[in-house]
Design a protein around this ligand. Structure first.
Ligand SMILES: [Cu+2]
Length: 124
C-alpha cells in the first residue's frame, strides 16, 4: 500500500514541478516588431532590417540574414544587437532593387534558448 501512495505522491510532485518550471519555456526571444514587416512593401531606399524582440539577445549567437530572390545576400555587414537595448537587432542593407527579399533571423536569448524565423518583404 505504501509504495502505491508514494507513486501517486511522485506523480503529483512532478506535475507541480512541471507547472512551476513551465514559465521558463517562454523566456525564448520572439519578434514583437519587424521593419519592414512581414509581407509589406518597402521603398528601394530601405536602409536596414530591424527587429525588436520580447527578450534580451545574446549578440554573439544572434543574427539576421537578408537575401534577394536569387538567394544572394544583400546585407552590408553582420547584424548588430543594440548595445543600449539588447532586445533590438538590426542589419544594414546594400541598395535594393525591385523584387522579393527573404529575411531569416536567429535569436539566442540570455537564457541560451534559440528561436528562429523567416519572412519576406517586397521592394517596388
Ligand atoms: Cu528560453
Amino acid at each position: 500500500m505504501k509504495h502505491i501512495l508514494n507513486a501517486r505522491l511522485l506523480r503529483v510532485l512532478s506535475a507541480v514541478l512541471a507547472l512551476a518550471t513551465a514559465p521558463l519555456a517562454y523566456a525564448h526571444a520572439y519578434p514583437i516588431r519587424q521593419a519592414p514587416s512581414a509581407g509589406s512593401t518597402a521603398a528601394a531606399s530601405q536602409k536596414d532590417v530591424a527587429i525588436d524582440f520580447d527578450d534580451e539577445l545574446e549578440p554573439a549567437f544572434s543574427s539576421i540574414s537578408v537575401t534577394d530572390a536569387q538567394g544572394k545576400s544583400v546585407v552590408r555587414d553582420k547584424a548588430v544587437v543594440d548595445p543600449t537595448n539588447a532586445k533590438h537587432m538590426s542589419v544594414a542593407l546594400n541598395p535594393l532593387s525591385p523584387g522579393v527579399y527573404a529575411v531569416s533571423w536567429v535569436a539566442v536569448a540570455a537564457d541560451g534558448h534559440r528561436t528562429q524565423g523567416h519572412y519576406s518583404f517586397t521592394v517596388k
